[in-house]
Write a protein of this length. Structure first.
Length: 280
């Protein structure tokens, strides 16, 4: 791919690997804690929302699924025991021919519980899904961090769709198994910049320095400025992620670059984080 075409294809820098905010799937904006509190304030619990998903009108069903995915961001609100797992699985199966948004948000809700009991039902749909449904399944499997998802995610890391490849790379990084290293190393040469960047970050988290040259690029504001779709705030976030990733590696070049950032970067937050990294 020509460099100009590569720039045009660049997705915005999203901070996946070291911050709670996952990769942006347009339909699934991250909800702040205050919104979760509003949901709990109206007296509904997870079972009430599941009932509405199963028995409400079309608009009520998908909105209840949205609310459930928000609700379960608070670990204290996740019901204990097998009953909840069974009810979630039932609602998911019944939503097969419903508005696709119902299943997508149920999938996200499953991932946010952190319960690996949901891995089999999500894996069963992974190969037959596509588009946003498949992206959400990949994302949730990454949240669940279960090695049973490794083989299909490694396969999807070579999918024709760059969005699928990127989400698979992020999820492989979240799972953190050494079995993913060959796939992550191969992704360092992907045609899509974001795939390369997240592969390098994932490898660094595992202590693998194969992508250190890419981390050096991410620590370079001039390099990031060459991507016109990446704005100033996103450049700063990318640098912060690269600083965090570099902490996992003993690399003189990275340390020198971080030292330079600690003295000369125009953003105080970057200078502060660089100083902290050097003190480790």
């Amino acid at each position: 791919m020509a460099k100009s075409e590569e720039k045009k294809s660049t997705l915005r820098v999203i901070v996946h690997s070291f911050f709670v905010v996952p990769f942006l799937i347009a339909a699934f904006a991250v909800l702040v804690y205050g919104l979760t509190r509003l949901i709990t304030y109206d007296g509904r619990d997870a079972y009430d929302l599941l009932t509405q998903i199963r028995t409400g009108s079309q608009s009520q069903r998908w909105q209840a699924a949205v609310d459930l995915s928000k609700f379960l961001q608070n670990p204290d609100l996740i019901p204990p025991g097998d009953k909840f797992t069974s009810e979630m699985n039932l609602a998911y199966r019944e939503a097969k021919h419903d508005d696709p948004r119902v299943r997508q948000y149920l999938t996200l809700a499953m991932g946010r519980t952190g319960r690996t009991e949901f891995v089999p039902i999500l894996l069963a749909d992974l190969s037959s899904s596509s588009g946003d449904n498949q992206l959400t399944l990949i994302h949730s499997l990454g949240l669940l961090r279960d090695e049973r998802a490794m083989v299909p995610l490694i396969d999807l890391a070579e999918a024709p769709d760059a969005r699928i490849r990127l989400e698979a790379i992020i999820s492989l990084g979240n799972i953190g198994s050494e079995a993913a290293i060959p796939a992550l190393e191969k992704a360092l040469y992907d045609s899509e910049p974001n795939v390369r960047w997240d592969a390098a970050i994932a490898l660094a988290k595992m202590g693998d320095s194969s992508g250190s040259h890419i981390l050096l690029d991410l620590l370079n504001r001039d390099y990031l400025k060459s991507y016109s779709e990446v704005d100033a705030d996103e450049r700063t976030e990318a640098i912060l992620v690269a600083i965090e990733a570099a902490k996992y590696l003993s690399n003189d070049e990275l340390n020198e670059k971080i030292k330079d950032l600690s003295r000369n970067d125009p953003v105080m937050r970057v200078r502060d984080e660089a100083q902290k990294a050097l003190q480790l």
